[in-house]
Design a protein around this ligand. Sequence first.
Ligand SMILES: C[S@@+](CC[C@H](N)C(=O)[O-])C[C@H]1O[C@@H](n2cnc3c(N)ncnc32)[C@H](O)[C@@H]1O
Length: 308
Amino acid sequence: MEWDFYNACRQALNDGDPALALRGLRDGHRPDSPIWSPLACLEAECLAALGRKTEAVRLLGDTAARDPGNHWLFYNLATLHRDLGQPDKALEAMRRVHACLGWHESPDNGYVFTHDYFSANIPAWTDWFARLILAEPIDCLEIGSWQGSSATWLLDKIVGPRGGSLTCIDTFQGSSEHAAWLGGIGATLEELFDRNVAATGQAHLCRKLVGRSQDWLRRLAEERFDFIYIDGAHEAKYVIQDALLCWPLLHPGGFMLFDDTHFEFAGRPEQNASTAIAAFRSWFGEEMDALTPPAERQLLVRKRPGFD
Ligand SMILES: C[S@@+](CC[C@H](N)C(=O)[O-])C[C@H]1O[C@@H](n2cnc3c(N)ncnc32)[C@H](O)[C@@H]1O
């Protein structure tokens, strides 16, 4: 019932009418709603879409005071502060996101992320690494490291405690979707990555390889990994190369994770990530088990034992 109300207002916003969505939210407002934090996030989105970002910050701040464990409130706050040119407040809110999700090392070690593509994954990753991905020591390979969010989480939560290694490949030039704004973040991606990895205290477990994954992977042919995360360029022509070059590097029984499986390129549908992933899955289907439902943004597969 409450979610029906939420979805109707969300639909109005998605249809490009934030004023209508806001009116609906305010007319139907119930202070005792069991989903008042999601409703407040939606109301803040409407306010932001109407250019009333300061009001949106106030609303989320008040709501967070009543619901301090809700990471979405802080995530939305971080985005708003960033849009308002308040990087210190954005960073503080982002660290609160991580603390809410059990990643206390982020505030404790003072990581600096201007844009966080990782925190939404934390609940699923925490579950997978507790239940499925159990290698110890564990050797991990990451394609696409950005400012080091996924890398520092892996070092803090998995590789540090279990032992093993983390290899990170990145051009540190950003992907095509970042090109318009990357120059304005005040530091290079590589500087932020280095700073954050050093702050984990586990930098000795991390190897950084700067350059295109499609080039580096050919040079890693003799290595094997327990977990490979493919989160670099999302164009199908790159995703397919990463998948084909990574598959032989994965131990039998090892895990490979694709990010942004539904990433779409306007006007270039042949480059949508899903086309590469569908081809890879159909060709290698007999060698793998898929462990996540098709609608999920991330696809986790396990290489069947016996396939080297
Ligand atoms: C979405 S970000 C990765 C986010 C990161 N995994 C995290 O969770 O914080 C994608 C990254 O891929 C990198 N990238 C894009 N094309 C690449 C390529 N061909 N080879 C290696 N890295 C690439 C970009 O520089 C960018 O840092």
